[in-house]
Design a protein around this ligand. Structure first.
Ligand SMILES: *[C@@H]1O[C@H](CO)[C@@H](O)[C@H](O)[C@H]1NC(C)=O
Ligand SMILES: *[C@@H]1O[C@H](CO)[C@@H](O)[C@H](O)[C@H]1NC(C)=O
Ligand SMILES: *[C@@H]1O[C@H](CO)[C@@H](O)[C@H](O)[C@H]1NC(C)=O
Ligand SMILES: *[C@@H]1O[C@H](CO)[C@@H](O)[C@H](O)[C@H]1NC(C)=O
Ligand SMILES: *[C@@H]1O[C@H](CO)[C@@H](O)[C@H](O)[C@H]1NC(C)=O
Length: 457
């Protein structure tokens, strides 16, 4: 077996159409006219079709999703200041980045390919709350009748709010919107049914950003998740606080694939089963300065750089290749194992990118995955991942070479089988009957709510 660093082309990834991109904005009036004409002729053809053909089951242009589950979810229609109103300030929602391109398309961000309908987007890592909202709004199990709802979704864009006030020195002001949200929701009639126990938030940032422990600054955190009324709710977050977060439930970070149909998902999974993986392992990431929990990163980068079986995509300040989704997924799809070192916090978006690319994750902390995403993972950790204790100073390459080929194939198959449930399907998906990240979360919440009702009877 030889390992080389040759580049492989994954031909199911749509190619960039740069020429078309240049052409596109030339004459928007003409384009509008053409589009209008096309639309008109399509509608005429469509009418013709409907009038002349009986409506058979073969006419499957788009089948809306069905509610296969035995639950209903009610979505609060919050005052705009708690969600979409926050987006008006999108240039200043994050101290590092202009978020305007990222909040587009209901949080999917910018499409990676301009031509036609695409399921690939440059999705921001901390935007799950917007995608979640869009998915639940279109969810087949949604009810507009709170009377018989099993669970209540409070669509607060808490992550975007948190990052927008990181630098607010006055702590009263920093917490203000969170306090107002909690006052608002706990004043609603349906809250009183079970003191908020059947209510939930979905937040696209880590719990640490909402758990300011004292009156000291605590890296810009606010106190949303410390409020007693919020502790009565379920809080879905991309990273739960492993020790104090009894009411926190991990949800996946969004990756770049948001398919419209199950068929697209199945095609992608097949592609990842068959793709050639010349690298034993790879690491995508940068060093972190002065963070103890990230000390492991320097060791990993060193080990990867010294191994001829490892592909390293090093992200230094402004390392733009690291932010190019297809470059990142390309490295992962060429690798059998993907190292997942803790970064600024325990979890990484990169874990979900790796799974999407069918790459078996290697963890160095149990809090990167195992204590986080319990709704989404098999009990048997070894069936889909490798764990190396960071204190053991493991020789990674030797350790990975010890795993037999058949075991690798088996583990990869498990990872690839997990892709649909850790993916956020396109909010407008049709012909899509695989449970995605939002379906899994709603079902788990409904089950929880039902169990609690039973207990209290
Ligand atoms: C759905 O759940 C309710 C209780 O929550 C139960 O009464 C009902 O029979 C269930 N329906 C189905 C189809 O399972
Ligand atoms: C979904 O469809 C609606 C209505 O056609 C449209 O307004 C919205 O932009 C679409 N969402 C996305 C993310 O494309
Ligand atoms: C913080 O702001 C509030 C009102 O917005 C004000 O009443 C309070 O005095 C401020 N606190 C400090 C320490 O400046
Ligand atoms: C939380 O729920 C419990 C039991 O349902 C209730 O007794 C308690 O008052 C609630 N706490 C708050 C702050 O509402
Ligand atoms: C770390 O080393 C200890 C002692 O040698 C061993 O028992 C343990 O299994 C190792 N852990 C991992 C994850 O390799």
């Amino acid at each position: 077996m030889t390992y080389t660093k040759r580049q492989i082309k994954i031909n199911h990834w749509p190619e960039k159409k740069d020429k078309e991109k240049e052409k596109y904005p030339k004459n928007s009036e003409t384009i509008k006219l053409i589009v209008l004409t096309l639309l008109l002729s399509f509608s005429i053809c469509f009418l013709f079709l409907i009038l002349h053909f009986p409506f058979t089951t073969e006419f499957t242009a788009s089948i809306p999703r069905k509610c296969y589950h035995n639950f209903t979810v009610y979505v609060y229609d919050l005052p705009k200041e708690f969600n979409i109103g926050i987006l008006q300030n999108c240039r200043h929602l994050n101290i590092y980045t202009n978020m305007c391109p990222h909040v587009a398309n209901n949080g999917l961000g910018q499409p990676l390919y301009r031509s036609g309908r695409t399921s690939w987007f440059a999705t921001h890592q901390f935007i799950a709350e917007m995608i979640f909202h869009a998915r639940v709004k279109n969810h087949p199990c949604r009810t507009c009748e709170p009377n018989n709802a099993d669970i209540f979704y409070v669509p607060f864009y808490g992550g975007l709010y948190a990052s927008s006030v990181f630098r607010e020195q006055n702590l009263t002001n920093r917490d203000e919107l969170a306090v107002r949200l909690v006052d608002y929701i706990s004043g609603q009639r349906w809250w009183k049914r079970s003191n908020g126990r059947d209510h939930f938030l979905a937040i696209g940032r880590t719990a640490w950003d909402f758990m300011r422990s004292s009156d000291t600054d605590d890296f810009g955190a606010n106190m949303l998740m410390q409020m007693p009324r919020v502790k009565n709710m379920s809080v879905l977050t991309v990273e739960r606080q492993p020790w104090k977060g009894d009411n926190h439930f991990g949800i996946p970070y969004p990756s770049y694939f948001h398919p419209y149909t199950s068929a697209e998902m199945v095609t992608w999974q097949d592609k990842m089963r068959r793709v050639d993986r010349p690298n034993l392992f790879s690491f995508v990431g940068g060093p972190r300065k002065g963070l103890e929990k990230a000390a492991i990163r320097d060791k990993l980068i060193k080990q990867c750089a010294e191994s001829s079986h490892c592909e390293l995509l090093k992200c230094e300040n402004g390392g733009s290749r690291c932010h190019d989704p297809m470059t990142v997924l390309g490295v992962m799809a060429r690798s059998r194992f993907c190292l997942q070192a803790p970064g600024d916090s325990y979890t990484r978006r990169s874990t979900f990118d790796a799974m999407l690319a069918g790459c078996i994750p290697v963890f160095f902390s149990p809090h990167t995955m195992y204590t986080q995403y319990l709704w989404y993972l098999p009990d048997d950790k070894r069936s889909y991942s490798v764990f190396m204790d960071e204190k053991n100073n493991t020789h990674i390459e030797q350790e990975l070479l010890r795993i037999s080929e058949s075991e690798v194939v088996q583990m990869r198959e498990t990872v690839i089988d997990l892709i649909p449930s850790v993916t956020y399907a396109h909010p407008n998906a049709t012909n899509y009957d695989l449970p995605d990240a939002v379906d899994v979360a709603l079902e788990a919440l409904a089950k929880q709510a039902r169990d609690k009702v039973v207990v209290s009877l």
